[in-house]
Design a protein around this ligand. Sequence first.
Ligand SMILES: [Zn+2]
Ligand SMILES: [Zn+2]
Ligand SMILES: [Zn+2]
Length: 138
Amino acid sequence: MDIIEEIFKNSKVKPTAMRLLVLQYLYNKNVTVSLTNIEDYFDNSDRTTLYRTLKTFVEKGIAHQIDDGTGITKYALCEEYCNCEIETDLHLHFHCKNCNETVCLTEHKIPHINLPEGFIAENVNLVVKGICDKCNKN
Ligand SMILES: [Zn+2]
Ligand SMILES: [Zn+2]
Ligand SMILES: [Zn+2]
């Protein structure tokens, strides 16, 4: 089975034409993307529809959103079997100040974070800033 079909099946999300296109787009990207990036790519699509599509993906665990400190929310596909759980699934993100791209460092999970008693973590957003490997080579 096609990987895209499989993602829809596993997440029990109905694959509408728009969802298929957006998922394919996210799948082919190796950097995180903003709503504006997607909007630019799908020239004649309605921003609200695109936004709702992304929202559904995030709610259903197909994608996650990243606050990289630029003020623009970024999106990326989740790995297979990701539940966006703090202890097991969340990974580092890297924002390059040179090319302005933000990437998922999926191999690098967020280390265990100790909180004082009584505090409950619901989400952790860890963004490392600097120069990415591609920019570093140039
Ligand atoms: Zn996830
Ligand atoms: Zn870079
Ligand atoms: Zn990520």
